[in-house]
Design a protein around this ligand. Structure first.
Ligand code: NAD
Ligand code: G6P
Ligand code: MN
Ligand code: MN
Length: 437
C-alpha cells in the first residue's frame, strides 16, 4: 500500500493532485495521503484538505487523507514525497516580481531576479526536507514541483544527495497538446523530443511516417500568417516571437523563451502590469482568494473549472503519472528534470536537465539529445546553467558574492550597480526567510 506525502499541501493546486490520483486509482494502491503545511498556511491547509477528503469520498475510495503541520512524523514510511511549497507564500512572490520591476527590470518568478530569490528561500528548505527523509523514508522518491523547479531539483540531487529525485513542470504537456491540435494529428501519433533546462527548453516533433514536423509547426505557430493563439500558458503574456529568428533556431521554443528572445516587449508589458498593480502575483492572489471561497463550500467535491486560471493547470498529469509510472514500471514517456549523464553534450555531465525520456521503476531513462544545432542555443543555455549553479552555491553557502555573481550573469538582469541594487533590496525584503545570508 502506498503512502504519499505532499509538502505544501495547502496549495490551491492540491485538488489537481487528488483528481490525478483518483483518475489512476487502479494503478495506485493508495492507503495514505498526507498533506503537510506550516503554521502560516494552516488555514489554507484546512480548507483545501477538507475539500480533498470530499473528493476522495465522492469517488468512493477509502484512502486516508490526513492534514498535519508535523512534517517529520508525516514523512515516516512514505513511498512518494511531492513538494509544492512556496516559502513566504504569494506575498513573497509579489516582492519577487515588483521589486525588480520598480527598477525597470523583469522580476520573473522562476528564472529572472525573482526566481533567483525564490531559489535562495527554497533551497535550504528542500535540503532540510531531505534530512528528514534520510531518517524517515530512506527509499522514497522525491517528486519536486517547487519552483524554480530545475534549480531546486539540482540542489536536491547534487547537494542533498537524494538521487531518487525528479523535477516536473506542466509546460511541456501544453506544447505537446498544442502541436497535436495545430497539426490535426493525435498526440500519441507524434514523437516529441525536448531538451534544455526547466522553463528553458526547446523541442522537435516527428510524425508516425518518420517525417520531422518541427519547421512546419514553427510556420504555423510563429510564421508570417500566424493568427492563432500560440501561447497556452495563462501566466505568460502572449507576445509573438520573431519568425526569422525562431526559424533559424530550428527548434520550437518554450513559452518562457519569450522573456529572452523578445525581452523588451515582455518587459514593457510587465511594467504596465506593475503600474496597474496587476503583476502576475497580484492577479493570482485574487484567483487564489476566489478558489478558496469555492473550496469552502461543503458541497464542492470536484476540482472547479476556476483552477484552470492558474498557470500550473493540469500539472497533475505530470505528478500523478510519474508516480504511477515508477510504481508500475509503466515506462511512460515524459519530460522531466533529471541528471544529464551525457544526454546533452553541451551541458555538464552532472547537471540537472529537462529532457524527454521513459519513466521506469528505477527512475528516468532519458533519450539521448546530443549537441544543440547552433552556438545560439548552446551559448545561452550554458549561460543559464552557469547562472543556476551560481544561484545554488549562493543559496547553500549564504554567499553574497556568489549571489551578486548570479544576478550579474543572469540574462534578464542588467549587470553592475543595477544588479547590486536589486539584489540588496530583495535580500532585505525577504530577510525573514533567508537565515543563511
Ligand atoms: P502557495 O503560495 O499557495 O504555497 C503553497 C503552500 O506551501 C502554502 O500553503 C504554504 O503555507 C506552504 N509552505 C510554505 N513554506 C512551507 C514549508 N517550509 N513547508 C511546508 N509548506 C510550506 O503556492 P502555489 O502558488 O500554490 O505554488 C506552490 C509551488 O508550486 C510554488 O513553488 C510554485 O512555483 C510551484 N508550481 C510549480 C509548477 C511547475 O510547473 N513545476 C506548477 C505550479 C506551481
Ligand atoms: C507555469 C509553470 C509553473 C508556474 C506557473 C505559474 O505553468 O510551469 O512552473 O508555477 O505557470 O502560474 P501562476 O498561475 O502561479 O502564475
Ligand atoms: Mn513549470
Ligand atoms: Mn545580467
Amino acid at each position: 500500500a502506498l503512502k504519499i506525502v505532499t509538502i505544501g499541501g495547502g496549495s490551491s493546486y492540491t485538488p489537481e493532485l487528488i483528481e490525478g490520483y483518483i483518475k489512476r486509482k487502479d494503478q495506485l494502491p493508495i492507503k495514505d495521503i498526507v498533506l503537510v503545511d506550516i503554521e502560516e498556511g494552516k488555514e489554507k491547509l484546512e480548507i483545501v484538505g477538507e475539500m480533498a477528503k470530499r473528493m476522495v469520498k465522492a469517488a468512493g475510495l477509502d484512502w486516508n487523507v490526513e492534514l498535519t503541520l508535523d512534517r517529520k512524523t508525516a514523512l515516516k514510511g512514505a513511498d512518494f514525497v511531492t513538494t509544492q511549497f512556496r516559502v513566504g507564500l504569494l506575498d513573497a512572490r509579489v516582492k519577487d516580481e515588483r521589486i525588480p520591476l520598480s527598477h525597470g527590470v523583469l522580476g520573473q518568478e522562476t528564472n529572472g531576479a525573482g526566481g533567483m530569490l525564490k531559489a535562495f528561500r527554497t533551497i535550504p528548505v528542500i535540503l532540510d526536507i531531505i534530512e528528514d527523509m534520510k531518517e524517515q523514508c530512506p527509499d522514497a522518491w522525491l517528486v519536486n514541483f517547487t519552483n524554480p523547479a530545475g534549480m531546486v531539483t539540482e540542489a536536491a540531487i547534487k547537494v542533498g544527495g537524494w538521487e531518487r529525485t525528479v523535477g516536473l513542470c506542466n509546460v511541456p504537456i501544453g506544447h505537446c497538446s498544442s502541436a497535436s491540435e495545430k497539426l490535426g494529428i493525435p498526440e500519441n501519433e507524434l514523437f516529441f523530443k525536448f531538451a534544455g533546462i526547466n522553463h528553458f527548453h526547446w523541442h522537435r516533433v516527428w510524425d508516425k511516417t518518420g517525417k520531422e514536423r518541427t519547421a512546419e509547426l514553427i510556420d504555423i505557430l510563429y510564421g508570417p500568417d500566424q493568427n492563432e493563439d500560440n501561447n497556452h500558458l495563462k501566466n505568460i503574456h502572449s507576445a509573438s516571437f520573431h519568425y526569422e529568428q525562431i526559424k533559424d533556431l530550428g527548434m520550437l521554443p518554450c513559452g518562457y523563451h519569450r522573456y529572452y528572445y523578445i525581452e523588451d516587449e515582455m518587459l514593457q508589458h510587465s511594467i504596465e502590469e506593475f503600474e496597474k498593480g496587476e503583476t502576475r502575483a497580484q492577479v493570482v492572489k485574487e484567483t487564489e482568494r476566489r478558489l478558496f471561497e469555492l473550496y469552502k463550500d461543503p458541497a464542492l467535491d470536484y476540482k472547479p473549472e476556476e483552477l484552470s486560471q492558474r498557470g500550473g493547470t493540469h500539472y497533475s498529469d505530470a505528478a500523478c503519472e510519474i508516480i504511477a509510472s515508477i510504481q508500475n514500471d509503466k515506462r511512460t514517456e515524459m519530460v522531466v528534470s533529471t541528471q544529464n549523464n551525457g544526454t546533452i553534450t553541451d551541458l555538464p555531465y552532472d547537471s540537472i536537465v529537462e529532457v524527454s525520456g521513459v519513466v521506469t521503476a528505477h527512475g528516468v531513462e532519458p533519450y539521448n539529445w546530443g549537441a544543440f544545432p547552433s552556438g545560439a542555443a548552446r551559448g545561452i543555455i550554458q549561460n543559464m546553467k552557469g547562472m543556476e549553479e551560481t544561484v545554488i552555491r549562493a543559496a547553500v553557502e549564504g554567499n553574497y558574492g556568489a549571489a551578486l555573481q548570479a544576478f550579474t550573469v543572469n540574462p534578464l538582469v542588467p549587470g553592475g550597480t543595477m544588479a547590486k541594487t536589486i539584489l540588496d533590496e530583495l535580500l532585505y525584503a525577504h530577510k525573514d526567510h533567508l537565515p543563511q545570508f
